[in-house]
Design a protein around this ligand. Sequence first.
Ligand SMILES: NC(=O)C1=CN([C@@H]2O[C@H](COP(=O)(O)OP(=O)(O)OC[C@H]3O[C@@H](n4cnc5c(N)ncnc54)[C@H](O)[C@@H]3O)[C@@H](O)[C@H]2O)C=CC1
Ligand SMILES: CC(C)CC(=O)C(=O)O
Ligand SMILES: [Mg+2]
Length: 369
Amino acid sequence: MRLKIAVLAGDGIGPEVTREATNVLRAVAELGGHDFTFVDGLIGGIAITETGSPLPTATLDAALDSDAVLLGAVGDNKFNSLTPDKRPEAGLLQIRQALGGFANLRPSIAYKALSASSPLRPEVTENVDILFVRELLGGLYFGTPRSWNKETNEAVNTMRYTRDEVVRVARVAFELAGKRRKKVTSVDKANVLEVSQLWRATVTEVAKDYPDVTLEHQLVDSMAMHIMNIPRNFDVVLTENLFGDILSDEAGVITGSLGMLPSATIGGAVNLYEPVHGSAPDIAGTGKANPLGAILTAAMILRYSANLEQDARAIEQAVHRVLDAGYRTADIARGHMSGQQTVTTQEMGKRVHQALAESIDRRQSMHGV
Ligand SMILES: NC(=O)C1=CN([C@@H]2O[C@H](COP(=O)(O)OP(=O)(O)OC[C@H]3O[C@@H](n4cnc5c(N)ncnc54)[C@H](O)[C@@H]3O)[C@@H](O)[C@H]2O)C=CC1
Ligand SMILES: CC(C)CC(=O)C(=O)O
Ligand SMILES: [Mg+2]
């Protein structure tokens, strides 16, 4: 299998976690006899510093010419005084729009080995496996008009959705739910917002095409509480852009850390893969960044852009094994439990690499390769 991956490492811990993810992909290529090539591109704060633009044309061209885009994270406090259209984050929104993926898949899984890392009780997190399907190209992040009038002290952002935008992302949610536990929870604020009323009516209509999938609606405010109290009740959670951004970070609590969460954005010209977290300037350069979200994102590349399901699972199982063996980056090393070892970003990447090599070796010897 040949795969050209554009790697846009970005800012802060972006390059640190992306390095570990690409190392794991290189290992998969070597062990599985695949031909993966990596093309680096600038995005975010580093791109502003080096080119004056958060998304240089060369980066966009490289991304559009690839089979998949792996993005680390963008954001640097030194640009905080700039308007949103000039900040590193603008580069991220621009590339999302240019690639056209509208369905952002964000799995949140409770790892048994990490039950002590979550502040939630183990009996609450046990067996939790939620898949957020977050609409990624609409809502407040892209709606116009948008402005901040410094004279009148008035600022405007616009939440806008069309029926078609809701239909297409809802279909992704129902299709995926059909292959899982057959339940979609659609999140909105239909008691207050017209956009949410359109959302709810449209999702209800789409549900008629999926009679084997149960649909429930939840208001976003109480949903924020239910995710912490009864996370096991949820299978696929369908949200608009902002609500999904917030709720999926919240679901990091289930897993033990935001640094554990991967994502894939599908439906456009080229799929975009990013860990859920940001550039984490508070820990950048300290070796404390958890690379597992980025490594699990690499697994999603193999699943959704290369149809290499077995290799995707091999990465996921390697992550499970490394956690079961007690290796922890600082964010998931809660307390001083015996049998645990706190490791750096790089060491964690190496452990996954090793576990992966063992499982692929075993697979090959089972098949007599
Ligand atoms: N996709 C992206 O590129 C995103 C970028 N951002 C940007 O990132 C910058 C920082 O934003 P924050 O609100 O602090 O969010 P953040 O996700 O960068 O960090 C939130 C907290 O989680 C921790 N954390 C995040 N990822 C981690 C990892 N892999 N390992 C260990 N700990 C981790 C951080 O140390 C921090 O305490 C901002 O400029 C923001 O705009 C925020 C979210 C997404
Ligand atoms: C940085 C923003 C553009 C978005 C964000 O936080 C996210 O997509 O998770
Ligand atoms: Mg976010």
